[in-house]
Design a protein around this ligand. Structure first.
Ligand SMILES: C[S@@+](CC[C@H](N)C(=O)[O-])C[C@H]1O[C@@H](n2cnc3c(N)ncnc32)[C@H](O)[C@@H]1O
Length: 237
């Protein structure tokens, strides 16, 4: 998946828009479930916003995208120009590694909503070590103490049926406590070896989360887990 200049990811995402449409609408429902209480959005790993919702972006007057991919900013601006335009709107794109730059960004934008947009589940691809990833993810939790933040990230991935067999609406409301990996895998016709992305500890205990099925390529599925954390989100999911 995308890390730096990644044409293959953008090409694949562009071609997959129809196959991803159910996942995108499940993600939009989750994004728009949070209360409208922020003017600024810090979007980390947003790429070109292939799965981002204009309805959600419309809520903010300032959007700051941080991504390591130099194509992310220009493509995001192009794809979401309707939601980003307007005299009161600012869009800033930063090409940076958020593990290095996030502390400064949080200081610069103390009231912004922070969204990890489907990148935390890729961390082991960068560190090549479950322990190192767990250290980085727990450092993030401490950094975000007292802030409003959300994440959508890979929880499991593996081979499954070729066609979307479901509206994931039945499953996207499962709480973390209620979910069963075996059941999630079964509903997408899963078989064979599935990968656990070591993201089970990202949300503090008791945070309500949703699961979204994402057929990344035909016959291969990701189960994404999404949740909101922080003072503004008590009681929402
Ligand atoms: C799966 S893509 C995100 C897709 C995006 N949610 C969308 O709707 O198109 C993951 C993105 O995270 C970015 N990324 C991964 N690790 C990062 C890091 N440490 N700092 C900044 N960006 C990162 C990648 O460059 C990639 O664009």
């Amino acid at each position: 998946m995308a890390s730096a200049f990644d044409l293959h990811w953008h090409w694949r995402a562009w071609r997959a828009q129809e196959r991803w449409s159910q996942s995108k609408s499940d993600i939009e429902a989750w994004l728009c479930s949070q209360p409208k209480s922020h003017e600024c959005l810090l979007l980390l790993g947003g790429s070109a916003g292939w799965m981002m919702s204009d309805r959600f972006l419309d809520r903010f007057t300032r959007v700051v995208l941080m991504d390591m991919d130099p194509l992310a900013g220009p493509l995001f601006r192009l794809r979401h120009r309707r939601a980003l335009q307007g005299s009161r709107k600012t869009f800033v794109s930063l090409k940076a590694d958020m593990h290095v730059q996030l502390p400064q960004l949080l200081e610069d934008e103390p009231h912004a909503l922070v969204l990890f947009d489907n990148l935390l589940g890729l961390d082991t691809l960068q560190t090549r070590s479950i322990e190192a990833t767990q250290r980085r993810l727990s450092a993030l939790s401490s950094l975000l103490e007292g802030r409003d933040w959300g994440s959508i990230h890979d929880r499991f991935s593996g081979p499954g049926g070729a066609l979307p067999p479901l509206s994931s609406s039945t499953f996207h409301r499962l709480s973390d406590e209620a979910f069963s990996p075996t059941e999630l895998i079964r509903v997408v016709g899963g078989s064979g070896e599935w990968t656990d992305h070591s993201t089970h500890g990202i949300f503090p205990g008791g945070v309500p989360t949703r699961f979204v099925a994402w057929p990344i390529v035909p016959g291969y599925w990701h189960w994404l887990q999404a949740g909101w954390v922080g003072p503004s989100f008590q009681g929402s999911s």
